[in-house]
Ligand binder design. Structure first.
Ligand code: KIV
Ligand code: ZN
Length: 390
């Protein structure tokens, strides 16, 4: 069997994710979330942009002091004051990373930075060298890599690695590319940058076209070995690649993809709920892995199947992501099997009710109100018993 490669999980909930919130998180909120993220066993945790505000600086500093386990990372533009602030904020970390970036696409170079690719490369090289004075672990990102010509990326990436960057990140900053294009970009760099084997290639996908997870997986299939992502996929605009989805794809399709992550999947649901609550960003019910409906079955055929063998309609167990149990919604589509099962769980025996008359009342009620709850079932049994006596 081919040996499986590890894919690093770089969580940026507290940096790219936090950028998208209507209200900033407090220092205490961020520290609490950082502990939760560390329980997921992520490899790297990007926790802020220290130069951006004194509050951000302080929270990065506190997390660097208090949270053990993952590499603690801060973001910095490719300018000296950012790198210095980042290096200072991270000083107490057991393991720290400085993540510096500059835009490389013609659009950003011309309209935003008003400089040439050579000028941007010179700034990147200088910043990476400066960052290396603070830590051996420096990541460099080509902002808007998705819209940068491949040969331009090759030029700047080669120089960035020579200057001391050990991770090269290629963000699809605006969520524009498709999976085949993203994979082609990764392959182009792997085949054309002479020193590429000295760095880990990383992907950072935004979800503007709903492709962030698919693009990240395609990049891994092409050879990338770090995924940048956030819990519940929160982040700028339509969000970032969602951590729980890529982690479970790597776990459930490990043999197909030939890669694995070190994420403790049982911690996912707890982390998701905490992020939703603290960030005031509810999770949509049909969200993969962590949505309220992710392990809920409504169709009678599915419910019957799941009661006979769980994997008929569940590709992973709820417990594997920390959800206590699956849920069989009782609706007019439910059959007798699921009602009997639920009543057994509630402590009833078959002799306590007449299934034919109960089922008739059940369907009539379900047609009226949609979901039938446990207390409805119990009331129906009670009324049927009284009617039988009369
Ligand atoms: O989306 C992006 O390009 C970023 C960079 C700062 C890495 O978030
Ligand atoms: Zn981003």
């Amino acid at each position: 069997m081919q040996q499986q490669d590890k894919v690093w999980i770089f969580d940026t909930t507290l940096r790219d994710g936090e950028q998208a919130l209507k209200a900033s998180l407090t220092e205490d909120d961020k520290v609490q979330l950082a502990h939760t993220i560390s329980r997921l066993n992520v490899d790297v945790m990007e926790v802020g942009f220290p130069v951006s505000s004194p509050a951000d600086f302080r929270s990065v500093q506190r997390i660097a002091t208090e949270v053990k386990g993952p590499i603690i990372c801060g973001l910095a533009r490719s300018v000296a004051k950012d790198i210095e602030a980042c290096g200072d904020a991270l000083r107490a970390a057991q393991q720290s990373r400085i993540h510096t970036f500059i835009a490389t696409s013609p659009l950003h170079l011309e309209h935003k930075l008003r400089m040439s690719l050579d000028d941007a490369t010179a700034m990147a090289v200088k910043s990476i060298k400066l960052a290396r004075n603070y830590t051996d672990d420096v990541e460099f990102s080509c902002e808007d890599a998705g819209r940068t010509p491949h040969w331009d990326l090759c030029k700047i990436v080669e120089q960035a690695i020579n200057a001391g960057a050990s991770t090269i990140n290629l963000p699809d900053t605006v969520g524009f590319v498709t999976p085949d294009e993203y994979a082609a970009m990764i392959r182009h760099l792997m085949n054309n940058v002479p020193n590429i084997d000295k760095a880990r290639l990383s992907v950072h996908c935004h979800n503007d076209l709903g492709l962030a997870v698919a693009n990240s997986v395609a990049a891994v299939q092409a050879g990338a070995r770090q995924i940048e992502c956030t819990i519940n996929g929160i982040g700028e605009r339509a969000g970032n690649c969602s951590l729980e989805e890529v982690a479970m794809i790597m776990k459930m399709r490990k043999d197909h993809l030939n890669v694995y992550t070190d994420i403790k999947s049982e911690e996912i649901y707890r982390a998701s709920r905490q992020v939703a609550k603290i960030c005031n960003m509810p999770v949509q019910p049909n969200k993969a892995i962590v949505g309220e409906n992710a392990f809920a079955h409504s169709s009678g055929i599915h419910q019957d199947g799941v009661l006979k063998a769980q994997n008929t309609y569940e590709i992973m167990s709820p417990e594997s992501v920390g959800v206590p149990s699956n849920q069989l919604n009782m609706t007019s589509r439910s059959g007798r099997h699921v009602i009997e099962h639920r009543l057994e769980e509630l402590g009833y025996q078959k002799s306590d009710y007449d299934m034919d008359s109960l089922y008739q009342s059940f369907v009539a009620l379900a047609d009226q109100k949609g979901t039938v709850y446990d207390y409805d079932l119990e009331a129906m049994i009670y009324f049927n018993q009284i009617n039988d006596k009369d």
